[in-house]
Write a protein that binds this ligand. Structure first.
Ligand code: GUN
Length: 286
C-alpha cells in the first residue's frame, strides 16, 4: 500500500474559506482584522515570506501594513515601532519577521509585542498559556500541523505521537498541542538514544530538525501519519523536507509532501490568529 499524500494546499484553502466567512461577519459589524508585519533587512527568504503574508491579507480582505526597515535600524527604533503598533487600534496582530540582524536582541523584541497582538505565539505569555492549556494565540506552524492531522485522521486522543526536534518554534509547542489533544507524546532530539526504535512506535510522527531527507522508512511504523515540517534547499536548487518522502511512501499510512504539506498551512494559521485577535480585541465571542 502506498501512503496517502496529505494535501496541505487543499486543507489550507478550505480553512481560508472559513476565515473569509468569519471576516464577512466581522465586516458587517464594521470590524476589519488588521495585521502589521515588520521586516528588518534584506534576507531573501524573509522577503518572500513577508510578501506572501501581505498577499494573504489582501485575498482575505484584512487590513495590512508592512514595515520594511533597513538592516541598520537600531533596536530602539524597532521597539518604538512595536510600541506604536501595540497602541494602534486598526492593528490586531503584529509579526516581526525572524531572523533579525545580529545587533538586535530577538528576545527583547518578542517580549515587547503586546501578548494580545502576538499572532506568532512566541511571547512568553502565549507560550505559558499554551503549556497551562489556557486559551491563547497558538504558534502558526504547530497549529497548522495539528489541523492537518485532525482533518486527515480525526481524533488524536490516545495515539502515540513522537516529535523529532525540540525547537521553541516547532518541536516544543507542537508537543504541547499534541498533549492538549490527549496524545501520548515523546520528544526526541539530537541526544536521544534509540531514536529509530522510539520513532517506530509512533502512530503520529512529526519531524522538525532542519536536515534534508534525514528520516527514512526505518523510522516509520507501518500505517503511521508522518508530518514533515522541514524545508531544506538542496544543492540542485530543489526543496526537500526532513523526511525522505520517496523512501517512506511504502511504509507510512499518510505523509505530507514538501512543498505543499505543512508550508501552506502556516500563513493560513497566521490569518486565523489575526481574525481571533481582532475578535478578542472587540470582545466578540468565538
Ligand atoms: N521566520 C521563519 N518562520 C517564522 C515565523 O513563523 N514567524 C516569524 N516571525 N518569523 C519567521
Amino acid at each position: 500500500m502506498t501512503a496517502q499524500r496529505i494535501e496541505g494546499k487543499a486543507i489550507s484553502d478550505a480553512i481560508r474559506i472559513e476565515i473569509g466567512e468569519e471576516t464577512a461577519k466581522l465586516s458587517a459589524l464594521g470590524i476589519q482584522p488588521g495585521l502589521a508585519v515588520v521586516l528588518v533587512g534584506e534576507d531573501p527568504a524573509s522577503k518572500v515570506y513577508v510578501g506572501s503574508k501581505e498577499k494573504a491579507c489582501q485575498q482575505l480582505g484584512f487590513y495590512s501594513e508592512v514595515h520594511r526597515l533597513s538592516g541598520d535600524t537600531s533596536q530602539e527604533e524597532l521597539l518604538a515601532l512595536i510600541d506604536k503598533l501595540n497602541n494602534q487600534s486598526t492593528i490586531h496582530g503584529i509579526l516581526v519577521q525572524l531572523p533579525l540582524p545580529k545587533h538586535i536582541d530577538e528576545k527583547s523584541v518578542i517580549d515587547a509585542i503586546s501578548a494580545a497582538k502576538d499572532v506568532d505565539g512566541f511571547h512568553p505569555v502565549s507560550v505559558g498559556n499554551l503549556v497551562i492549556g489556557d486559551d491563547s494565540l497558538l504558534p502558526c506552524t504547530p497549529a497548522g500541523v495539528i489541523e492537518l492531522i485532525k482533518r486527515t485522521v480525526g481524533s488524536i486522543a490516545g495515539k502515540h505521537a513522537v516529535v523529532i526536534g525540540r525547537s521553541n518554534i516547532v518541536g516544543k509547542p507542537v508537543s504541547m498541542l499534541l498533549l492538549r489533544e490527549n496524545a501520548t507524546v515523546t520528544i526526541c532530539h539530537s541526544r536521544t538514544a534509540n531514536m529509530e526504535e522510539i520513532a517506530r512506535t509512533a502512530d503520529i510522527l512529526v519531524v522538525a530538525i532542519g536536515k534534508a531527507k534525514a528520516i527514512g522508512s526505518k523510522y516509520v511504523k507501518p500505517g503511521a501519519v508522518v508530518i514533515d515540517v522541514g524545508i531544506n534547499r538542496l544543492e540542485d536548487g530543489k526543496l526537500a523536507g526532513d523526511v525522505d518522502y520517496e523512501d517512506v511512501l511504502e511504509t507510512a499510512g499518510y505523509v505530507t509532501p514538501v512543498p505543499g504539506g505543512v508550508g501552506p498551512m502556516t500563513i493560513t494559521m497566521l490569518m486565523l490568529n489575526t481574525l481571533k485577535a481582532a475578535k478578542q480585541q472587540h470582545a466578540i465571542q468565538e
